[in-house]
Structure formats: structure tokens, C-alpha cells
Design a protein around this ligand. Structure first.
Ligand SMILES: Cc1ncc(C[n+]2csc(CCOP(=O)(O)OP(=O)(O)O)c2C)c(N)n1
Length: 313
């Protein structure tokens, strides 16, 4: 069942990302930033199926995953702004942040790089009997990486408790996925690894949550891995500064008609929720994000004299 709480969660991610875009254009956020505007229903739906003990791994497009996993927005803003109060003391930035305290074991900028790490966490869970499930989210382009094949094959051969989530936003960086694969239905690949595969509407929180619950329950009960392909569209560029010349005219406008916030709002209103309650949820989200941004901007900068701390190499 969809709820106002989920709408608020979608809005928190959307507004956070819009604020990050603003801060990056003002040069308050340094380094490349990849937004998930339009893709919010996937982290919200998947995280609704997880328990605190579970281990979540994401990509550089991971702010929404961190927020959906419960990382406080002020800590995330502070991390992006290079502040000492950030999730990683301002050292991870937009593309490498993590918060183990929240079961968010990190973003990863190496395409598909998080998949073998997530398999390692799943293998550890099998040994220690913790019942922990690993979830790894990757893009559609990542499914063409060798690391993905190794991860899926190993996970299946050893029936590991892991769920592979592919956020298919139809582009691998600036190239349409359909131009790079013989079969653009990526969920079909699950069959090659003898694991269940499913394609869902990734802009529909209900559909994502239902698929994630099935896959997590299967993993937790010893049934092994699954692949969920969640179809979505990004409403922003690949990175901030991407002029998106490669996108056909009108594509983003058409995508806006299917985006998750408008969609969930319509579902809620159709089910009898008053439109002003939906509006109030969006306003609460805006107020939370505004407070978090202000707090992070007032936080002390990371102390560069401590730059050698936490180095193990
Ligand atoms: C191993 C590796 N190869 C290439 C890159 C450069 N690169 C960064 S993002 C990206 C596209 C990834 O597309 P996809 O997996 O579909 O994720 P999306 O960005 O669409 O979320 C590429 C090729 C990289 N970061 N890592």
C-alpha cells in the first residue's frame, strides 16, 4: 500500500537533489555529481523491504539510496560540502560516501565495482548466520561489465543472500542501452544464472517494494539471489553540466508525465487522500531539507591537517 510517508520520502530525495544541483552550480559542492532526479521510487521501494541489519551498496548516483536508508540529510549535505560533520568527515564527497551505521556500505564510482563487494558481504552473512541480506544497485550499463557476470555467477553458484537491482534509466552515461545490447530486456539475463529475474515499473513505489520484498525474503530464507530490473528515466543529465545533446527532443518532457512523485500523488488522490495532504507532505519534505542544508552550511570545514587519518594503504 502506498502512503503519504512514501510520498514525503520521494519528495525529500527530489528536493535534496535539486538543492545539491544549486550548491554544485554555486561551486559549494566540488567534484562530479550524479543526480537521481526521476529515479526516486527505486530506492524508496527497495529500502522499504530491508531490515536495519541488511547491507546496501549503491553507485555514484547514490544520494537517494542513502536518504531512503535513513542517513540524515544534514550529514549527507555536510559530506557533499566537505564538512567535518559529513558521513565520512567530508572525505567521500558525492560519489564515495557511506554510512555503515545505517547499513549503507557505500557508493562506488567504478561501474559494477560494488557488485563483487556486495557478494562478499553476502558470503560473510552465509558464514556468520546473521540472516543479513545484501542488496546492490547498479545501472543498466553496469550489466555489461565483467565484474557483474562474476558477481551474479558466484552468488548463484553458492546460493548467496543477495538481491541485484538494476536501475534501468535507458542510458549508460550518454549512450542508449538499446544501442549496446542484443536484448534490451536485461532481466532475461537472470535465467543464465539460474536465478529469478523480473522487470518492474521503477517509477511505481508499490511495484518496486513488492518485487524487493519477494527477492529479499527469498534471499533471507536461503533461496539465493535474484535480479530486479527497475525501469525508470532520469530527469536530469548524467552528471551536473551534462548538456544532454544526445537525448531526442521532447524525451524528458514525456518522461515527466511518468515520474514517480506525480504518479504517487495521483494514486493517493484516487484512493481518497485529500490533495492538500499530499501538498503538506511535500512542504514537510521541503522544510526538512532546507533545515538540513542550512545546518550543513554552518558546519566546520574538514580539517586538512588530518588528511592522513583513516588511510590504510
Ligand atoms: C569501470 C568503469 N568504466 C567506465 C566508467 C565511466 N563511466 C562512469 S558512469 C558510466 C555509465 C554507467 O551507466 P549505467 O551503469 O547505466 O548507470 P547510470 O549512470 O545510467 O546510472 C561510465 C561508463 C567508470 N566509472 N567505471
Amino acid at each position: 500500500m502506498t502512503s503519504l510517508a512514501e510520498l514525503e520520502e520521494l519528495c525529500r530525495i527530489r528536493i535534496f537533489e535539486e538543492q545539491v544541483r544549486e550548491l554544485a552550480l554555486e561551486r559549494e559542492v566540488i567534484g562530479s555529481v550524479h543526480l537521481c532526479i526521476g529515479q526516486e521510487a527505486i530506492p524508496v521501494g527497495v529500502c522499504a523491504a530491508l531490515e536495519p541489519r541488511d547491507a546496501l551498496f549503491a553507485t555514484y548516483r547514490g544520494h537517494g539510496w542513502a536518504l531512503a536508508r535513513g542517513v540524515p540529510p544534514e550529514e549527507l549535505f555536510a559530506e557533499l560540502l566537505g564538512r567535518a560533520t559529513g558521513t565520512n568527515g567530508g572525505r567521500g564527497g558525492s560519489a564515495y560516501l557511506s554510512s555503515a551505521r545505517h547499513g549503507f556500505y557505500g557508493e562506488n564510482s567504478i561501474v559494477a565495482g560494488s557488485a563483487p563487494i556486495a557478494v562478499g558481504a553476502a558470503l560473510a552473512a552465509k558464514f556468520d548466520g546473521s540472516g543479513r541480506v545484501s542488496v546492490v544497485c547498479v545501472g543498466d550499463g553496469a550489466l555489461n561489465q565483467g565484474a557483474m557476470h562474476e558477481a551474479m555467477n558466484f552468488a548463484s553458484a553458492f546460493a548467496l543472500p543477495i538481491v541485484f537491482v538494476c536501475e534501468n534509466n535507458l542510458y549508460s552515461e550518454l549512450t542508449p542501452i538499446a544501442a549496446m545490447v542484443a536484448d534490451p530486456e536485461l532481466w532475461h539475463r537472470a535465467a543464465a544464472y539460474a536465478m529469478p529475474g523480473v522487470r518492474v515499473d521503477g517509477n511505481d513505489v508499490d511495484a518496486v517494494r513488492a518485487a524487493a520484498r519477494d527477492a529479499v525474503q527469498r534471499a533471507r530464507s536461503g533461496g539465493g539471489p535474484s535480479l530486479i530490473e527497475a525501469m525508470t528515466e532520469r530527469l536530469a543529465g548524467h552528471y551536473i553540466g551534462d548538456v544532454e545533446q544526445y537525448r531526442p527532443a521532447g524525451e524528458v518532457d514525456r518522461a515527466r508525465e511518468r515520474e514517480p512523485i506525480g504518479r504517487l500523488t495521483s494514486q493517493l488522490v484516487a484512493s481518497g487522500v485529500a490533495p492538500q495532504h499530499c501538498e503538506a507532505a511535500s512542504q514537510r519534505a521541503a522544510a526538512t531539507i532546507e533545515r538540513a542544508r542550512a545546518a550543513a552550511l554552518h558546519a566546520p570545514a574538514a580539517d586538512v591537517s588530518l588528511v592522513r587519518e583513516h588511510l590504510y594503504a
